[in-house]
Ligand binder design. Structure first.
Ligand code: A2P
Length: 268
């Protein structure tokens, strides 16, 4: 490697991959994304998460991160918050290309196709960094084999925080591999809550008052045709879950697939 590459001060723990940072992109003072090399033997299902850490201590701190890249990608992408005093992110936000990132070898999670029964329309509802697992799923051909219509919603406090999702949708629609699959079938809805933009309000409000469905040209949640994946803060998950349950949808898991699944987005 080049002379700028980080030297490891501590041994790599058992069952952990040590991968190189390929690129880092900062979106706001609270958000950044990064890409790392993918171990040859590493397998995962789009939508799953892994434990990520840094080699800056004898016993590294690991945190759950949804893999934002699709299962077919040669690299692994992550979308992260920056917390000034966050045990991991205060250091992780400073990574540079060539640095080492640690990753536990097992991927897991419930935001996967295996946990949902077949349906017609897939809603992926996210706030903040909760968009990460859906960044993987919207780029996975299986998503378009399983559903006629794929809807991604992303709600953030401010307009600048929507940038990652906007770039994702643009890149997905223009992708030589899956762009064609998404034609007329991938819908994106973004809203902000603390700064003016085209659509404003919490996703819960916009579901309850019907605004979301009106803009998308769809009907309110219907168990016969709709499947829902939810990812965001604990409070957001609880509130969105209550709304889909009110519409009669049942929560699924890997062992018992059903109509909707939830996962908490990484926080600090
Ligand atoms: P708000 O600005 O009204 O708090 P955060 O960065 O705190 O995770 O928030 C990300 C987005 O999720 C914000 O737009 C925030 O709206 C929204 N949000 C926070 N809590 C909830 C909730 N319980 N239900 C729906 N949306 C929520």
């Amino acid at each position: 490697g080049s002379s700028t590459e980080q030297k490891l001060e501590f041994p790599i723990p058992a069952g952990v991959y040590a991968e190189r940072v390929i690129s880092v992109k900062h979106y706001t003072d609270r958000l950044f994304s990064f890409r790392i090399t993918r171990p040859r033997s590493f397998r995962f299902r789009s939508g799953e998460f892994v434990m990520i850490g840094l080699s800056n201590a004898e016993k590294p701190i690991f945190r759950a991160y949804s893999i934002a890249s699709p299962a077919w990608d040669e690299e692994l992408e992550f979308f992260s918050i920056k917390v000034p005093d966050g045990p991991l992110t205060q250091h992780l936000q400073k990574i540079q290309p060539g640095d080492i990132v640690l990753m536990r070898q097992k991927a897991t999670g419930t935001l996967v196709h295996d946990a949902l029964l077949p349906g017609k329309r897939l809603y992926m509802i996210s706030t903040g960094t909760g968009i990460a697992p859906f960044a993987s799923l919207v780029r996975d051909p299986e998503t378009y084999e399983k559903f006629e219509e794929v809807i991604l919603t992303h709600t953030c406090r401010e307009v600048a925080e929507l940038k990652y999702g906007e770039e994702l949708i643009e890149a997905t629609r223009n992708d030589p591999l899956i762009g064609e699959l998404t034609e007329g079938r991938l819908k994106y809805f973004a809203s902000t809550t603390r700064e003016p933009s085209q659509h404003m309000g919490r996703i819960t409000t916009l579901i309850e008052n019907g605004y979301l469905f009106k803009v998308l040209g769809t009907e309110p949640f219907n168990r016969e045709v709709d499947r829902v994946m939810i990812c965001g803060s604990m409070a957001m998950i609880k509130d969105v879950k209550a709304l889909v349950e009110k519409a009669g949808l049942k929560e699924g898991s890997n062992s018992e697939p059903a109509d909707f699944v939830v996962e908490r987005a990484f926080v600090g």
